[in-house]
Design a protein around this ligand. Structure first.
Ligand SMILES: Nc1nc2c(ncn2[C@@H]2O[C@H](COP(=O)(O)OP(=O)(O)OP(=O)(O)O)[C@@H](O)[C@H]2O)c(=O)[nH]1
Ligand SMILES: [Mg+2]
Length: 454
């Protein structure tokens, strides 16, 4: 069984279908597409520059090497990876669809896209998905945007474009710092005296990914290591080579500085570079290896695979995607409503007035009333409120979602800290709004508690 977004999306799907039955709108494929969006799992688009490693990331999440990967510009078509139960439903925009089972298949549709920053027609098909004036704009209700290194001004603009497809930040943008294991290699070169673990380098990367005025969730991952682990790529020949390298103090030291130094040391020993080729193909960057694998540790296919999985940090991204899928109803209903509104405007002011009115009425239904709190809870995990201590955040998220939470300090102290954040001192209007909603919800809950105990 696959997850359908939820009750709000069902109402919206019905509205789109009713509109499609109207005489003047009959045969409008767009309406059927919006209805389908509301009846399918959350659509998540993976985007970023050419060769950022998008398809590698998609393969890691799929657990199989379905998307083509290469050093040059590769993905030419927007491709939807989805549960076989969705076969037969044509994806929007003439995109390609691949049906398969993967760990998140019952919760998400994963959309791989051609790389940005080229002049090709392929890039244009990705840009349409970010364009509010295109029927395809808003097809995805969440975005995984991949960068290598720090986000550039262009990336920030693109994230803002995606946010502008809806009514502003929704907490549905995940900013992934990819190829994270290469970051630690650079860090190792920079600070000879102390080796940084991939985990430390990743934490640093995540801090660099914070875009203060946008609601992005930063996650650093190495998608290559994740793909290696989850697609079962490790073979005995790789294990044998790694054993030789980490078991020899000199080779170990050279490996920490990357492939160039290791191959030189290898050649000096009279060994051929061709021997290293399988490992080089598996691990394009190996600076992390020596720091992450204790020398003398028993090494086999399973333990090397487990090491790649841990160092990849893909579990962090799984967690974020699962949280977004928990809010599929909010994210899909918001995105689909915005798509309908913009589409209606393009069909003339008379139709727009009718459709906007119906949407406004729909959004007053009880199925939609929890959305502002769900949205605030999502935003609490983003860069918008990055300065807030973890404990304050965790409590506020539980409060907004109506989930139980064990308090480690008096509730009044927490509420007071949140009250201070509603003031002018907080970064940005949206952050202050979120803080205000936390305080209001706490007040309401407090009053309810008093009533029930009194
Ligand atoms: N070191 C390292 N290399 C990676 C990683 N992920 C991908 N690569 C390499 O980056 C190159 C591009 O990977 P792809 O997954 O094809 O990139 P893409 O973003 O899908 O590229 P386009 O489809 O052309 O836009 C390949 O040579 C991958 O092996 C990673 O985590 N670490
Ligand atoms: Mg690709």
């Amino acid at each position: 069984m696959i997850d359908r977004p939820g009750p709000a999306c069902l109402l919206l799907a019905t509205l789109a279908e009713q509109l499609a039955a109207r005489e003047d709108l009959r045969g409008e494929a767009f309406l059927a597409e919006v209805a389908a969006q509301c009846r399918q799992p959350l659509r998540v688009m993976v985007a970023g520059y050419v060769s950022a490693g998008k398809s590698t990331l998609v393969n890691a999440l799929l657990g199989r090497e379905s998307a083509a990967v290469a050093r040059r510009e590769t993905t030419a078509e927007v491709t939807w990876y989805r549960h076989p139960a969705l076969a037969g439903q044509r994806p929007a925009g003439g995109h390609r669809a691949v049906e398969l089972r993967f760990p998140l298949a019952d919760r998400l549709v994963l959309i791989d896209s051609p790389g940005l920053n080229t002049e090709s027609a392929a890039e244009r098909s990705t840009l349409k998905l970010l364009d509010p004036d295109d029927d395809a704009g808003g097809t995805a209700a969440a975005l995984v945007y991949l960068v290598v290194g720090e986000p550039a001004a262009e990336d920030v603009r693109r994230l803002a474009e995606f946010a502008a497809l809806g009514p502003g930040d929704l907490g549905n943008v995940v900013l992934v710092g990819g190829k994270a294991e290469t970051v630690s290699e650079t860090a190792i070169k920079e600070s000879a005296e102390r080796r940084e673990t991939v985990e430390e380098a990743a934490a640093k990367t995540e801090r660099r990914l914070l875009i203060r005025r946008a609601g992005v969730r930063p996650v650093a991952v190495s998608q290559q290591l994740a793909m290696v682990a989850r697609c079962g790529r490790v073979r005995q020949e790789h294990v044998d080579l790694v054993r030789v390298i980490v078991g020899d103090p000199e080779l170990r030291r050279f490996a920490a500085n990357g492939w160039d130094q290791l191959s030189r040391a290898w050649a000096e020993r009279g060994c051929s570079d061709a021997q290293l080729a399988p490992l080089r193909a598996l691990l394009p960057s190996l600076g992390w290896l020596a720091a992450e694998l204790p020398s003398g540790a028993a090494l086999d296919v399973a333990s090397l695979t487990a090491c790649c999985e841990r160092v990849s940090r893909l579990a962090q991204l799984d967690q974020v995607l699962a949280e977004l899928a928990d809010d599929a109803d909010l994210l899909t209903a918001t995105t689909a409503s915005e798509r309908l509104r913009r589409w209606a405007v393009r069909r003339g002011s008379l139709r727009a007035a009718v459709i906007h009115e119906q949407l406004d009425l729909l959004w007053q239904q009880p199925e939609f009333t929890g959305f502002p709190r769900r949205r605030a809870a999502l935003l609490l995990n983003t860069s918008l409120l990055a300065g807030v201590p973890a404990a304050d955040r965790a409590w506020a998220i539980a409060l907004l979602r109506g989930e139980p939470y064990v308090l480690a300090e008096p509730r009044a102290a927490l509420v007071e800290r949140w009250r201070r954040r509603t003031g002018s001192g907080v970064r940005g209007v949206l952050a202050a709004d979120v803080a205000q909603l936390v305080v209001t919800t706490a007040g309401r809950q407090g009053a309810q508690g008093l009533r029930s105990s009194g």
